[in-house]
Design a protein around this ligand. Structure first.
Ligand code: FE2
Length: 279
């Protein structure tokens, strides 16, 4: 397992808003998570409805709102043809699984409870790191959707801001299959908007700052499987659609500080406090 971050890495995170930690986990650990995700896909019964996840529209149906403390599979926006039939096998049609894998699934729970994750979070300033949500992202071959430029704090707002995204590459992420791209340093420009519940199951964006993000080229982050990308909650990031013939599977865990106030109108609401990470 990797050593704690160096002082230089901590300064780099403060300056750029992200870190790439290569060889964070071994191939067999990546494979274990990939296998477990396949199991979850096979067990998933969508029933008569099928929830779609599309960041271009960012709608939130009942399954999405209820998924804070459950495990649910969401389809790709392009999974179905005009007649409502899946274009490819169901296992290759799911956009992501969310949002409580780290709490309800034994393999992902064990992954979340590695002391190294808590130590990393504490080094990056979280006094009481808690895992508020997890997502297994498939970025399927040919139909893997674009994830529009966003800040994670838009969706997981705390006072003060504390969210940190941990993005574990479980397969090689490349420019061709839609690797992460970041607006380096733009986390210092503040939070632009929030995604909130407005009551009766409705959600909306609230604009906090109309000033556009300062223009700058996006920095692509192609990484090998086993790498961990750490994202500051205010860092704008993006990933293009995957039109290649290879998936780009990744697992993300979002941490917040248990000492910060979690906004009562965030879209993601839990009945119980999110699980604590223990060093
Ligand atoms: Fe994100």
């Amino acid at each position: 397992m990797p050593s704690p971050l160096t002082r230089q890495q901590c300064s780099q995170f403060a300056r750029d808003g992200y870190l790439v930690l290569e060889n964070w986990q071994f191939d067999d650990q990546c494979q274990r998570l990939r296998c477990q995700a396949q199991q979850l896909l096979q067990q998933f019964d969508p029933g008569p409805r099928h929830s779609i996840f599309d960041t271009r529209k960012q709608t939130a149906d009942d399954d999405f709102l209820a998924s804070a403390e459950s495990i649910h599979c969401f389809f790709e926006a392009d999974a179905y043809d005009d007649e409502g039939r899946l274009r490819q096998a169901r296992e290759q049609s799911i956009n992501k699984i969310g949002h409580a894998l780290h709490e309800l699934d034994p393999v992902f729970t064990q992954h979340c409870q590695q002391p190294e994750l808590a130590r990393l979070a504490i080094q990056l300033g979280l006094r009481q790191p808690r895992a508020i949500q997890s997502m297994y992202i498939f970025k399927q071959p040919r139909i893997g959707g674009e994830v529009v430029l966003h800040q994670d704090a838009t969706f997981l707002y705390t006072i003060p801001q504390s969210v940190i995204g941990l993005w574990f590459a479980l397969e090689d992420a490349t420019l061709e299959n839609g690797c992460l791209q970041v607006l380096a340093g733009a986390h210092r420009q503040g939070l632009k908007r929030r995604f909130v519940r407005t009551g009766n199951g409705a959600t909306e964006f609230i604009e906090l700052d109309q000033t556009p993000l300062a223009d700058g080229p996006l920095t692509p982050l192609p990484v090998k499987a086993g790498s961990l990308v750490v994202l500051h909650g205010l860092l704008p990031h993006y990933s293009a659609a995957n039109r290649s013939s290879h998936s780009r599977q990744a697992y993300t865990l979002h941490l917040i500080d248990g000492e910060a106030e979690y906004a009562a109108d965030n879209w993601l609401q839990r009945a119980s406090p999110p699980p604590a990470l223990r060093p």
